[in-house]
Design a protein. Sequence first.
Length: 157
Amino acid sequence: MKREETREKRRENAGRSPMMVSEPNGFMRLLAWQKARRLHERVRELSDKPQFAREYELKRQMQGSALSIPSNICEGYGRGGRGEFHQFLIVAKGSCGELRSQIISSLDAGLIAKEEAETFVCEIDEVARIIEGLRKKVLQQKGNSLDTRKGVPKDAS
């Protein structure tokens, strides 16, 4: 019985990218999401330290940017279309840039040490590189009709 279910599932998904198989939690297999989730946890731990108590707005923005990264990967994946997934990956990568700036602002404000800031910036850059690789892979998938300049389906004009 189980073997037959597996064959049936394979037939249903034939020709589809394993990345785009509509599994409710399929996004959890993506390295980009896993790394982004871990980054969010680390930012939350950092911003919960006492030195951020008086910097409420910066703390809130850092946590929001960090949460936006895995959230956009998940939402784009859940939309089911390559064009939308591509667009949400662009947004997630943009959130990496926003978080990078906030870490630098934290350093400038004396809230974190230079070494800690450098560690976070390296981690953010790694997540951004992984997202960019995934974005390019989604863009190259067979049958993709994305306008590479805008990241939207050509027929949506």
